[in-house]
Design a protein around this ligand. Structure first.
Ligand code: ATP
Ligand code: MG
Length: 417
């Protein structure tokens, strides 16, 4: 135990958390379960806590029994590696039995359950993540450096970085992720050298885990230094050879001006070239979701070209054609590509316009076309499309009679064709 104690946090005292801890303690005594990892680190640093992990000396069978006895719901989310997820008041709590590594092939570890907190701490990735805390807020730092690292913003591997990366190559990306979120000062030279030396092993790793880590990294308030370090070590090129940080840096600068929220997906787009085809290839390689792929492709399309002096009309046209979000994404990326201070007001105006305008409904339907004398069939769709194009070009007049007059001209034309 350290002499560090954390004042009670709302999530620690929450009835759901208490229910889970009490259930475990009823089965294994008062020291059988401790909070671990990110929630302890963040509580120590006064940062928000969103997922709560618990480490325990109880075996998974004992955990499941203890939860059942206490009437807490659970799911066997990874019993082979010691994890049971309790669900209390709809909130998940990942409960993992203390472990020690038996063997590992760089992807999946074979583990043995353990009763020894220090043994469990030694298989964790970084010293600031190898922290434990009991229900009263007393912090345990079995390896002795976790608390000081967390406070100083040092991301240091537990043990020899080369060995630890060889066990799991994704730890390279985790290093940069934690560096982005919690790192301060000079990054640990041994960690940087190890990441650089072993970066080649990142290719061929699980695309899902890679993109999850990358997006988490990009969600840090200001990931610029971490991304620059990734570029300098060649790690960025190993996972994203098409990435160039210039426009990304400018986007983060714009966002951290506190005007806009951090947007990790848009930051990823900003790293890539303005090329929708390339965006789709990257999204597929990283196995992003379809929604993420479509967003990247729309943000990285080259037409219509977005410039700072775009007319309000052209902005409305873009919102109608691309939707608000894609227009917004396109404007922000264009801003990041032309970040001169003298244009900032203009870019902000375009964004505000894109947000505040919602397209009116197109005033005609197929029935109007048929009433105008065209036979049912493919011509109806063509006529509607032509009037709609005119309507967009005319800046969305709401007067239906104008649209009907245009329809008349179009049907005449189509009838003659
Ligand atoms: P976050 O706030 O992003 O959830 P976290 O530290 O909780 O940060 P997780 O990925 O949720 O990160 O992992 C929980 C804990 O499990 C970590 O703090 C670390 O102790 C351990 N851990 C997770 N992944 C690894 C890994 N690949 N190698 C070693 N330890 C790991
Ligand atoms: Mg976590």
């Amino acid at each position: 135990m350290t002499d560090v104690s954390i004042p009670p946090q709302p999530w620690m005292g929450a009835s759901a958390t208490r229910a889970v801890m009490t259930a475990l303690e009823a089965a294994g005594g008062s020291d059988c379960a401790r909070f671990v990892g990110g929630c302890v680190r963040n509580a120590l640093l006064g940062r928000p806590v969103d997922d709560i992990d618990i480490a325990t000396t109880l075996t998974p069978d004992q955990v499941m029994q203890a939860l059942t006895d206490a009437g807490v719901r659970w799911a066997p989310t990874g019993v082979e590696h010691g994890t049971v997820t309790a669900i209390a008041e709809g909130l998940p709590y990942e409960i993992t039995t203390l472990r020690r590594d038996v063997s590992t092939d760089g992807r999946r570890a074979v583990v043995a359950f353990s009763q020894d907190w220090a043994e469990d701490a030694r298989r964790r990735d970084f010293r600031l993540n190898a922290l434990y805390m009991d229900g009263e807020g007393r912090v345990f730092d079995p390896l002795g450096h976790g608390v000081s690292d967390a406070k100083a913003g040092r991301i240091v591997f537990v043990g020899d970085p080369i060995t630890r990366i060889r066990e799991d190559y994704l730890r390279i990306l985790r290093f940069f992720r934690f560096q982005a979120w919690y790192g301060r000062g000079e990054p640990d030279p041994a960690a940087v050298a190890a990441c650089k030396a072993l970066k080649g092993m990142l290719s061929g790793r699980s695309a899902e885990r890679t993109s999850k880590e990358l997006l988490k990294l990009l969600a840090a308030e200001d990931p610029r230094a971490a991304v620059a370090l990734m570029r300098d070590t060649g790690v960025l090129a190993a996972i994203l050879p098409e990435a160039a940080p210039e426009r990304f840096n400018a986007l983060v600068e714009i966002e951290t001006g506190k005007l806009y929220e951090n947007d990790p997906e848009l930051r990823l787009a900003a790293l890539l070239p303005q090329d929708a085809g390339e965006a789709i290839r990257v999204a597929e390689r990283l196995r992003l979701s379809n929604a993420q792929r479509d967003r990247l492709a729309a943000a990285l399309a080259s037409e219509p070209r977005i410039v700072a002096w775009l007319s309000p009309r052209a902005v409305r046209r873009a919102v109608y054609r691309l939707g608000v979000r894609a227009t917004h994404d396109r404007i922000k990326l264009a801003w990041a590509a032309a970040p001169q201070a003298k244009l900032a007001g203009q870019w902000r105006k375009l964004l505000a316009l894109a947000e505040s305008w919602s397209p009116p409904e197109f005033p005609l339907t197929g029935d109007d076309v048929i009433a105008a004398g065209l036979p049912k069939g493919p011509l109806v769709g063509r006529a509607l499309k032509e009037v709609e194009d005119w309507w967009v070009d005319e800046d969305f007049p709401i007067d239906r009679t104008l649209a009907l007059a245009q329809l008349k001209r179009v049907t005449l034309g189509l009838g003659e064709a």
